[in-house]
Design a protein around this ligand. Structure first.
Ligand code: PMP
Length: 388
């Protein structure tokens, strides 16, 4: 195929809806003024775009307070702000799922090294991927959980974790629950109240179909975490400038420096597009995923997905006997112009869980709304010609 077949949507969705590029271009040329720092018309209009984007995100996660939506340059920075804002000492116990991304694990590891906090892995069944609530309860009895970090959708296996069940159990022990919604928001329902999480972290450039350069976190309006979470980045906010302390109010408390108005405007357009098309996006991607999984099962390659496909969305990790994932990915790119990803996918724990450390990780195929059935067919034909 002449045209690139892009199967790396878990890294970032591509392309974005046309309206995203158009709005970014417009704002970049005519409305790129610094938000909250001027009272002139252009600055107010840019601020309106930011406020509206907060409202759209709050609506998406069904929280009532748009000011509880905090922007940052990425999900990774958002996790750094949260982790550094939590209270730490030697008594703290932190639980993570084996599916966490390094955006969560590395800040936690770094802070645990400094403060002596202890990191534990939540138990999951290695065959079915099911959460082992019984074993988790025993662990929680022994080591009272202070913070529990759960990814909603694994960026390696596409597994949708039972967040509500885990959060409910963790809250019984008084834990703060932090959700990594980087791979889920925009595709899987994220209702903060219903899931029972204190904070959800998002990435604008994945299933929200916005651009790179904007992510953040959303605090559940029913949680009291904003009183507990300390400010962790410091700088100008455009308000109360004579005061050397950061503002107490949200979102200013966690947002220092000039926001990326162009990226936020792109996200704004993406969120409106998503709202109009969500059902079609979901059904098209689910259909494509089922077709791809079906074809791969027929080929007999090793798939690392949950046994219950209801708990899975369009990210498929696989391996082919006798081939390293990076070899297959390289040939798919060079010979067939198909973009996939091979390796460990920035997820340190999951490869021990899956048993893929010594294979060099997995070959990951991840679908997006703009993929077409003929691209799946082309991928399958190309894969066959490489490995059989
Ligand atoms: N969490 C998950 C589950 C992810 O897949 C990613 C991105 N691969 C991140 C966090 C970090 O997102 P970003 O790189 O945009 O900061």
């Amino acid at each position: 195929m002449e045209k690139l077949v892009y199967l790396d949507n878990a890294a970032t969705t591509y392309p974005k809806p046309a309206i995203v590029y158009e709005k970014m271009d417009y704002v970049n040329r005519y409305l790129c003024f610094n938000v909250g720092r001027g009272s002139y018309k252009g600055a107010r209009e840019s601020a309106d775009i930011v406020d509206e984007t907060r409202k759209l995100l709050a609506e998406l996660v069904k929280t009532e307070k748009p000011q509880y939506v905090v922007f940052s340059p990425s999900a990774t920075i958002a996790f750094n702000v949260i982790v550094n804002g939590l209270e730490w000492d030697i008594s703290k116990n932190v639980f993570v799922s084996p599916f966490e991304h390094n955006a969560v694990l590395r800040p936690l590891y770094s802070i645990a090294q400094k403060n002596g906090a202890r990191l534990f892995e939540l138990p999951f069944n290695k065959e079915s991927f099911e959460f082992d609530a019984k074993a988790a309860k025993l662990l929680f009895e022994e080591h009272k959980p202070d913070y529990v970090f759960i990814t909603h959708v694994s960026n390696v296996t596409g597994y949708i974790l039972p967040v509500k069940e885990i959060a409910e159990l963790a809250r019984k022990y008084g834990a703060v629950v932090i959700l990594d919604a980087a791979q889920s928001l925009g595709f899987v329902e994220v209702d903060l109240m219903e899931l029972g999480v204190d904070i959800a972290v998002f990435a604008g450039h994945k299933n929200l179909y916005g651009p790179l350069g904007v992510g953040g976190f959303i605090i559940n309006s029913c949680s009291n975490i904003d009183g507990v979470l300390k400010d962790a980045i410091f700088g100008g906010t455009g308000s109360d400038s004579l005061n050397l302390e950061m503002p107490r109010d949200l979102p200013g408390k966690f947002e220092a420096g000039s926001p990326n108005i162009v990226a936020i405007a792109g996200l704004n357009a993406a969120l409106k597009w998503l709202k109009e098309n969500i059902e079609e996006i979901r059904s098209k991607k689910k259909k494509l995923t089922l077709e791809l999984v079906g074809e791969l099962k027929n080929l007999g390659v090793k798939l690392y997905i949950p046994s219950d496909l209801e708990s899975h969305i369009g990210i498929i990790s696989m391996n082919v006997e006798g081939f390293r994932p990076e070899e297959v990915s390289l040939v798919l790119d060079r010979r067939f112009n198909i973009a996939t990803r091979a390796g460990y996918h920035c997820a340190a724990l999951v490869h021990r869980f899956l048993g893929t450390v010594e294979f060099g990780g997995t070959l990951r195929i991840s679908l997006g709304y703009f993929n077409e059935k003929r691209e799946i067919e082309y991928f399958i034909e190309s894969l066959k010609s490489i490995v059989f």
